[in-house]
Design a protein. Structure first.
Length: 255
């Protein structure tokens, strides 16, 4: 459904988009608030339009995007293949001129991703994974950390969504383990687990499918998992795009 040549073209496009978003970030720009109160910048619009143009050149035209009008569920429920994109994940971080924002694009089959790419433009990092082929960061293979009994758990938490449920979870974890907390924004939290920089990412606040889809397969192919509180994989192209609460982890001994 996506060829090696198309992946190469996409990576080249993502590099160009990263350079453009950094230029926008470094100058003065305006933003507006969407109906849900979240911000929208010209970078969101620009990246979205370029990714939509890329998708139009591929065999699959079905699309779920945070910045596009959504196809009614009775039409998309029967999609076999579809794209899920989040042009700028971490827009608030982008507005603050921070580095922890990402560009995200995934291709799904059924209810699960089969290809995912997450770009961190500020550092020119590109994570990507193809089902059955492992995960890479800047063309180098990555894998989750080999956690050993007695090691301190490196727990990654959101910069802006650390709620009471999460804090209680962390405190309970500290009763059994030494815990080091790392604060990162956007889908980089999941990628952090995938590349072995952290071990655990509990998310007990609201997220949507486009926030996790690309990073989901990157973590899976790196040897980790994202499961909901009932132990199920996250499903995509649901009637409601909200994700359940979940935990991303490097090994099952941690949960």
């Amino acid at each position: 459904m996506i060829s090696k040549d198309q992946i190469k073209s996409l990576i080249s496009l993502i590099k160009e988009l990263g350079q453009e978003t950094e230029k926008i970030k470094k100058r003065d720009f305006d933003y507006e608030l969407k109906s849900d109160g979240s911000p929208l910048t010209e970078a969101d619009r620009y990246v979205n339009s370029q990714l939509v143009n890329f998708i139009s050149t591929t065999e699959c035209k079905n699309l779920i995007s945070e910045e596009e009008k959504q196809t009614p569920y009775h039409h998309r429920r029967n999609w076999e293949f579809y794209w899920v994109i989040d042009p700028i994940d971490g827009t608030k971080e982008f507005i603050k001129k921070g580095n922890d924002y990402t560009i995200n694009i995934a291709l799904c089959k059924g209810h699960r991703p089969i290809f995912g790419l997450v770009s961190r433009p500020a550092l020119s990092d590109i994570f990507y994974a193809i089902e059955g082929s492992g995960s890479k960061k800047n063309s180098k293979i990555i894998s989750v950390r080999n956690f050993k009994k007695g090691d301190a758990i490196k727990l990654v938490a959101s910069k802006s969504h650390l709620n009471k449920t999460t804090m209680d979870y962390i405190e309970n974890l500290k009763l059994k383990h030494k815990v080091e907390t790392i604060n990162i924004g956007s889908s980089l939290k999941i990628c952090s687990v995938a590349e072995g920089e952290s071990d655990l990412y509990p998310r007990f606040g609201p997220t949507c499918e486009w926030d996790t889809c690309a990073a989901d397969i990157i973590l899976m192919e790196a040897g980790g998992k994202i499961l909901d509180r009932a132990g199920n994989f996250l499903n995509y192209n649901k009637k409601d795009f909200l994700n359940p609460e979940f935990i991303a982890y490097s090994c099952e001994e941690l949960i």
